[in-house]
Design a protein around this ligand. Structure first.
Ligand code: NAD
Ligand code: AHE
Ligand code: ZN
Ligand code: ZN
Length: 369
C-alpha cells in the first residue's frame, strides 16, 4: 500500500514528507494506522547523527497510537479494529529477560530492531524502490506502519489517540522511572534535572507517590510555572546559582536527595545528579540519552559512601502489561497529559515541531494524521 511518511534521508537534514510504499504484515506482524505521534527528544537526537544506532534513510518516531488495520499469519492477541500503542520496548513474555522479572528490556527482537529491520531481517518500507529503515521497531512518523505483535499494547477504545500517544514514550518513561525503577516512597526528597517532556512526568510521578520536596532544575525559566502545577515544590536555575550547584542542592534538601533523575542527556548533569544525592542511601537514575562517545564519571568514593547510580529505559515499564494501565490512569483523571501537549500539527509541519522543541517553546508536540 501507499502511505504518507516523514522520511529521514540523511543525518542533520530536515525530515522530508513522502508518499512511501508499505508491504503488508508478515508472520507475527501487524499493520497499524497511526492516528497521532508525539515528538520526543530522542527522535531529534537520532536525526542529529549523534546516535550510534541511527541509520539512514529511515522513518523515525516512537510515540504513537493507532488502530490495527490488518494482521499477519499467526497473530493471536490482536485483530482488526483494536486500538494500540506501539512499543519500542516489546514484551514477548518468553525470553530470558522477560521471564527474569528483573527487567523490562525484552531482547526477543532487539538485534534486528537496532538494525532498523523487522524480525526477519527485512524492511516493509520503501520509497521509489529504495528501501527505508524502520526505527526503534515503531516508525510512527508514517501514517501506516508494520509492527511485531509483541511490540503492541492493546488499549481501551475510548482513549483519545491525540493524548495517549504520549504514553508510548514520555509519560511512561517519566512516571515509570519513579514508580518502577527507583520506586520512590512517600516523604522522599526528589531532585529532577531537566523539566521537558520526560522530567515533568517524573515530577508528576513523584507527586503521585507523595514525595516531600520535589526540586526541579532547568536552565529554561519558562519551565517553572508548568512544573509547579505538576507538583514541583522548589525551582533551581543553575544559571542563577552562585557557586557550586551540587552544594546548593545538598543544602536545599538538608543533606542530599533521596532520589534524583537526569532527564536531559548531559553527562555533566548526570554527575551532578549523582553527587547531589544523600550520603548512605541516595539513588540517582539516568534517563537522558547522551551522544555517542560520551562517558560518565565520578569519584568512586561517591558510590563507596552509599550513593547508587542506576538507569531506566521506558521507565522500567513492561509495555503490554503496564501501558494499558497507564491509559486507565489517564482516563480516570489520575494523571495529566493534556497540559503537557502544548502543540499539535499535521505531518507536513513536523519539522516546525522539532524547531519548537529546540527553542524550548514546546513540552510535547504531537502530529495528528
Ligand atoms: P526535552 O527537550 O523536552 O527536555 C529537555 C529539558 O532539559 C528542557 O527543559 C531543557 O531546558 C533542559 N535542559 C537542557 N540543558 C540543560 C542543562 N544544562 N541544565 C538543566 N536543564 C537543561 O527532552 P525530553 O523529551 O524530555 O527528553 C529528555 C531526555 O530523555 C533526552 O535525552 C531523551 O533522549 C531522553 N529519553 C530517554 C528515555 C529512556 O527511556 N531512557 C525515554 C525518552 C527520552
Ligand atoms: N541507540 C542509543 C540509545 C538510545 C536509548 O537509550 N534509547 C532508550 C529509549 S529512548 C526513548 O526516547 C532505550 O530504551 N534504550 C534501551 C535499548 O535497548 O535501546 C545509543 O546511544 O546507542
Ligand atoms: Zn522517547
Ligand atoms: Zn521478551
Amino acid at each position: 500500500m501507499k502511505t504518507r511518511a516523514a522520511v529521514a534521508w540523511e543525518a542533520g537534514k530536515p525530515l522530508s514528507i513522502e508518499e512511501v510504499d508499505l508491504e503488508g504484515p508478515r508472520e507475527g506482524e501487524v499493520l497499524v494506522e497511526i492516528k497521532a505521534t508525539g515528538l520526543c527528544h530522542t527522535d531529534k537526537y537520532t536525526l542529529s547523527g549523534a546516535d550510534p544506532e541511527g541509520i539512514f534513510p529511515s522513518i523515525l518516531g516512537h510515540e504513537g497510537a493507532g488502530i490495527v488495520v490488518d494482521v499477519g499469519p499467526g497473530v493471536k492477541s490482536l485483530r482488526k479494529g483494536d486500538h494500540v500503542i506501539p512499543l519500542y520496548t516489546p514484551e514477548c513474555r518468553e525470553c530470558d529477560y522477560c521471564l527474569s522479572q528483573k527487567t523490562n528490556l525484552c531482547q526477543k527482537i532487539r538485534v534486528t530492531q537496532g538494525r532498523g529491520q523487522m524480525p526477519d531481517g527485512t524492511s516493509r518500507f520503501s520509497c521509489n524502490g529504495k528501501p527505508l529503515h524502520h526505527y526503534m521497531g515503531t516508525s510512527t512518523f508514517a501514517n501506516h506502519t508494520v509492527v511485531p505483535e509483541i511490540a503492541l499494547a492493546k488499549i481501551r477504545e475510548d482513549a483519545p489517540f491525540d493524548k495517549v500517544c504520549y504514553i508510548g514514550c514520555g509519560v511512561t518513561t517519566g512516571l515509570g522511572a519513579v514508580l518502577f525503577t527507583a520506586k520512590v516512597e512517600a516523604g522522599a526528597n526528589v531532585v529532577v534535572f531537566g523539566l521537558g517532556g520526560i522530567g515533568l512526568n517524573v515530577i508528576q510521578g513523584a507527586k503521585m507517590v507523595g514525595a516531600n520536596m520535589i526540586v526541579g532544575v532547568d536552565i529554561n525559566p519558562e519551565r517553572e510555572a508548568m512544573a509547579r502545577r505538576f507538583g514541583m515544590t522548589h525551582f533551581v536555575n543553575p544559571k542563577e546559582v552562585q557557586g557550586d550547584l551540587v552544594g546548593h542542592l545538598v543544602e536545599l534538601t538538608k543533606g542530599g536527595a533521596d532520589y534524583s533523575f537526569e532527564c536531559v542527556g548531559n553527562t555533566t548533569l548526570m554527575r551532578q545528579a549523582l553527587e547531589c544525592c544523600h550520603k548512605g542511601w541516595g539513588v540517582s537514575t539516568i534517563i537522558g540519552v547522551a551522544a555517542a562517545g560520551q562517558e560518565i564519571s565520578t569519584r568512586p568514593f561517591q558510590l563507596v559512601t552509599g550513593r547508587r547510580w542506576i538507569g531506566s529505559a521506558f521507565g522500567g515499564a513492561r509495555g503490554r502489561t503496564d501501558v494499558p494501565k497507564i491509559v486507565d490512569w489517564y482516563m480516570d483523571g489520575k494523571i495529566n497529559i493534556d497540559e503537557l501537549i502544548t502543540h499539535t500539527m499535521p505531518l507536513e509541519k513536523i519539522n516546525d515541531g522539532f524547531d519548537l522543541m529546540t527553542r524550548g517553546e514546546s513540552i510535547r508536540g504531537v502530529v495528528l494524521y
